[in-house]
Design a protein around this ligand. Sequence first.
Ligand code: MRU
Length: 341
Amino acid sequence: METMRWKDEGFLELLDQTRLPGKVCYVACRDYRDVAKAIKNMQVRGAPAIGAAAAYGMALGALNIEAGSKEDFISKIEGIGRELVSTRPTAVNLQWAVERVIREISTVKFDEAASYKKMVLETAHAIYREDIAGNRSIGMHGQELVPAEARVLTHCNAGSLATAGYGTALGVVRAAYEAGKKVSVYADETRPLLQGARLTAWEMVQENIPVTLITDSMAGYLMAKGMVDLVIVGADRIAANGDVANKIGTYSLAVLAGEHGIPFYVAAPFSTVDLNLVTGADIPIEERNHSEVTSLAGSAIAPDGVNVWNPAFDVTPNHLITAIITDRGVLRPPYQVSLRQ
Ligand code: MRU
């Protein structure tokens, strides 16, 4: 199932993840504002996927730019980039993709706007293709850490749907499965938006990889019963010291894994690493609408007027992370050294 596809007619289609697993349908984005809206509404979500979608958003925005000089074109596309980046603050891939597009055109002499437009689209295609290749590489490196028989606990969705394809944490599961290992998955449902139940379980069922769905509060007992061999999660941003922001609930899992002596792995492409941030304390954490917590499938599950706190991500400190599996290899602590290397 493709997370996104560029149509030669000049628009982008995004698999509408808010409709899964019930309905498989695509939303058409004909303008960069459509892409910004789809990212904000989480029709497309997952750090690498929103990076690639934003790059295509830049391509859509570029198509309508009228500019007579390099400075004019760049200032207009920078404005579009700012709008796209403002949609979701935590995943650095968004900013990374926008900056890469601007960097590519900045290095080339302005001839006419048309050649810049073409270049922006080519960069978006490259980001898309490289993400899939990078995820395969994460899978290849990561599967070596997976025993011949393994029960993997994961959180949220770091699969094909969260990337241009193949996935990061689920890419490792896929690669282990493809290598003939007897791998099975426990998927945390991942409140409040249920990415584990709706998306991870769906992806695994599609591919006949054994999956068992649990609610988030069951993870500790599952580990205590000796039913988890390793935990693998994705990341939205990794600070220079190896602290990792990922879906809310990841930190609790890391603490539990530490308590039970279970390896805790983070799988992410290098586009998720932000060496500008010294520690995870500097990572901006998105807070989302209270209604995500107070209602479920449109029905109220809490009294009107109750106070709510709804951070979408948390930060797992580096000392709880056994290794970070990247497209360039498996990194071990101390991460401030291995990430820079
Ligand atoms: O809010 P979401 O669904 O975009 O959050 C997604 C996650 O937290 C993923 O684990 C992360 O982006 C890594 S995806 C390969």
